[in-house]
Write a protein that binds this ligand. Structure first.
Ligand SMILES: [Zn+2]
Length: 153
């Protein structure tokens, strides 16, 4: 890592657990946190993502900054009360997948996201609260819904 004035080592000194829910969050890049914050930027620090559906904290930092769902310009689909976004680049929701599955017994959402990703059309690091590609989450969501709806793949 280069030693410019702007490169602060995001050393994770803080607790790896969410201060509210105790969820063991995975580290998220500063770029992602900065892109998704609708308010002023918190000080640079190592951030982690709380995926506990019942917890209103989305990001918590090693220097105690905390960002709630209402502090972001996107509602993470894994939080209760959200509209269930799974793909933040092309705006596919859990309900879209469920709708396709119950109507036709299959869904083309995974394939369509995959094509866009392969074509280089995604920007997960600044659109997805996890900063990572949504494909894994989309696949998990499809599997879960197939079970719930009794659809055999
Ligand atoms: Zn939490």
């Amino acid at each position: 890592m280069s030693e410019s004035c702007c490169s602060v080592t995001a050393a994770d000194r803080g607790d790896s657990r969410c201060p509210a829910s105790g969820f063991e969050g995975k580290p998220v890049d500063w770029t992602t946190v900065a892109a998704l914050t609708s308010g002023p930027l918190p000080a640079r620090q190592g951030f982690r993502l709380c995926r506990d559906p019942n917890c209103e904290i989305v990001y918590y930092g090693s220097a105690e900054a905390v960002l709630l769902t209402r502090d972001l310009n996107v509602q993470p689909g894994f939080k209760n009360g959200s509209d269930g976004l799974v793909c933040y680049c092309f705006l596919h929701r859990k309900a879209d997948i469920a709708g396709q599955l119950s109507e036709t017994g299959e869904t083309d959402i995974f394939e369509s996201v995959k094509e866009e990703v392969q074509a280089g059309n995604c920007a997960c690091e600044v659109r997805n609260p996890s900063g990572k590609c949504c494909l894994e989450d989309v696949q998990k969501t499809i599997r879960r819904l197939e079970k719930e709806l009794g659809v055999t793949a």
